[in-house]
Design a protein around this ligand. Structure first.
Ligand code: DHB
Length: 541
């Protein structure tokens, strides 16, 4: 049954400020406060200085996270080069360690994501400076019991770290005009957002409240893996992909306060109502009457029991109500995609029909074919992929993708309302809480079709501040000009159309974009270091 038409929008908190003044110096001191070490990658050893836990705001709300580890090749203090770079030309690699929108501590040279090679050690050996910031996240609670890491804390912290690097460009080896951010999953979303939201005035009051360095927050280039971004439209995208996939193995849940495991299966739920006058355009006074859902959704099926079923290892079968919600979301996706006016490389408009077909659909499928072709080129056996469709006259030529078979093969891992769940239970609901409310909805649809008692949604301004799509092409922001985005062909943490839209939007703005779906890759980051750093070397050249 559809919810009542009134949406309760919770106003944004005032920018969070430190309770006690710390007054950290924001001046980098190259000759004090470091330890030394050396890393070896591919038989190349680089000695470095490590400046650990350097505060990047004067008055942190959470000092454990609002600091950064900085690694600098020793050669740069002796006017000697490393690889292609000198102390004046070295790019600054800016990886974050956020996963699951949880807090992430300042990064080290240890490999993460189950990898054997560390991206940071690899970068250092190529002569990059490493500036690895921590950032607050959704689970943090201050000593007064208030939540201190809800949106937009993560992006504010990362921008504060960027401002620190710009402010110290003259005294620190490396070139702050060459900051390249990196991250995976929620960290990939933040990497995109750091790249998109440079210098936005939206962040200003938040940065000021923390005593961030008063400097630019734009960066040069973005690397992002499996970004879980565009959260306020991701429920629709998910059902565009997974509608019709009605059962799945209940994976591990990204429970509140629990660190996500690598390659785990958190879940979520949401929607956007096709009949709404405006999608996700929350306003404090809006009274919106939801349209009818479908016949099935008003039948006697029990309401979605949230994502609690994700907690089990059992097979999950969608209820009729969930299937109807899925259909509604999928249908609504067309108007969102069409509103973007995206174009392919030939200038063709990428559109969707409400049944999910259209030029955007064909374009999306072409990336799966490209992925399969690249895998085959690398000698990988792709013959078992039942979703690849071949030319009858030329069996070596892939011509199409069976969409349902593809999505079944990848497998749904979240119930409809995958991010803004109707029961307000996901990690993303938790990310959009306030200092006093742990979880909130962040789309009108989920707020309208909510199953939690007294449903409320987050302020749209805060939701926008977490979305790279909102800042791409926004005249109030300085966008990075180089974008490398990877999303595993076998990953179902979000619809791959989510990173695809970011890539296409950036390309349509004239930016340099490298987007691909690596074959057989699931939810993972930092797996193709050589190609990734070759790309960075190329774009800074
Ligand atoms: C992550 C994974 C998810 O499925 C999600 O919804 C949010 C974040 C992650 O791994 O960071």
């Amino acid at each position: 049954e559809a919810a009542s038409g009134k949406i309760n929008v919770v106003p944004a908190d005032a920018p969070l400020a430190a309770k006690t003044t710390t007054n950290n110096s924001l001046i980098f001191t190259p000759n004090t406060g470091y330890t030394t070490g050396a890393v070896t990658v591919n038989n190349q050893t680089v000695a470095y200085r490590a400046y650990k836990a350097v505060p990047y705001v004067a008055n942190p709300v959470d000092a454990k996270y609002e600091n950064m580890n900085i690694y600098i090749p020793e050669n740069y203090f002796h006017n000697k080069p490393v690889g292609n770079y000198t102390k004046d030309t070295a790019p600054i690699f800016f990886p974050n360690t956020v996963g699951g929108y949880m807090p992430g501590e300042a990064g080290t040279l240890e490999a993460r994501w189950g990898n054997t090679e560390s991206a940071e050690a690899y970068a250092l050996c190529r002569g990059y400076i490493i500036a690895a910031p921590g950032a607050r996240g959704r689970s943090l609670i201050g000593d007064d019991g208030r939540y201190t890491g809800k949106a937009p804390a993560g992006i504010v912290d990362l921008q504060a770290a960027v401002a620190y690097l710009h402010a110290n460009d003259a005294v620190m080896p490396g070139n702050a005009d060459r900051i390249v951010s990196n991250g995976g999953s929620a960290g990939g979303a933040y990497s995109l957002l750091v790249g998109a939201a440079g210098n936005s005035q939206d962040m200003k009051p938040y940065l000021e409240a923390l005593g961030a360095a008063n400097d630019r927050t734009d960066i040069f280039a973005v690397s992002a893996f499996c970004p879980i971004t565009n959260l306020d439209h991701a429920d629709m995208a998910y059902e565009w992909s997974y509608n019709g996939v009605n059962e799945y193995a209940g994976g591990m849940m990204m429970a509140q306060g629990q660190l996500p495991l690598i390659n785990n299966n958190p879940s979520k739920t949401t929607a956007t109502v096709p009949q709404l006058p405006k999608i996700n355009n929350g306003s404090a006074t809006a009274v919106i009457t939801p349209g009818q859902t479908t016949a099935e959704s008003t039948t006697a099926e029990p309401k979605i029991m949230g994502n609690k079923n994700r907690n089990t290892a059992k097979k999950v079968v969608l209820t009729k109500d969930q299937m109807a919600y899925s259909k509604m979301l999928k249908t609504a996706y067309a108007s969102y995609v069409n509103s973007l006016q995206l174009k392919d490389a030939n200038g063709q408009l990428l559109t969707l029909n409400t049944d999910g077909t259209g030029t955007f659909f064909d374009y999306a499928k072409s990336f799966i074919i490209k992925s399969a072709e690249a895998a085959r080129q690398d000698g990988i056996d792709i013959s078992k992929a039942n979703f690849l469709m071949y030319d009858k006259n030329d069996p070596s030529k892939m011509v199409d993708v069976d969409w349902l078979k593809y999505n079944k093969s990848v497998g749904r891992m979240k119930t409809p309302g995958a991010f803004d769940s109707r029961d307000n239970s996901t990690g993303e609901n938790n990310e959009f809480g306030t200092t006093t409310m742990n979880n909130l909805h962040f789309t009108d649809t989920a707020a309208l079709y909510a199953t939690d008692t007294s449903p409320a949604r987050a302020d749209q301004h805060i939701v926008n501040m977490m979305n790279a799509m909102y800042y791409l092409g926004n005249s109030g922001a300085t966008n990075a000009k180089h974008w490398r985005i990877r999303y595993g062909e076998a990953d179902s943490n979000t619809s791959f159309s989510i990173p695809l839209m970011v890539a296409v939007k950036a390309a349509n703005l004239g930016y340099d974009v490298d987007f691909a779906l690596p074959w057989g890759v699931d939810h993972k980051s930092d797996y193709d270091l050589k190609n990734m750093f070759d790309w960075i070397d190329k774009v800074v050249a």
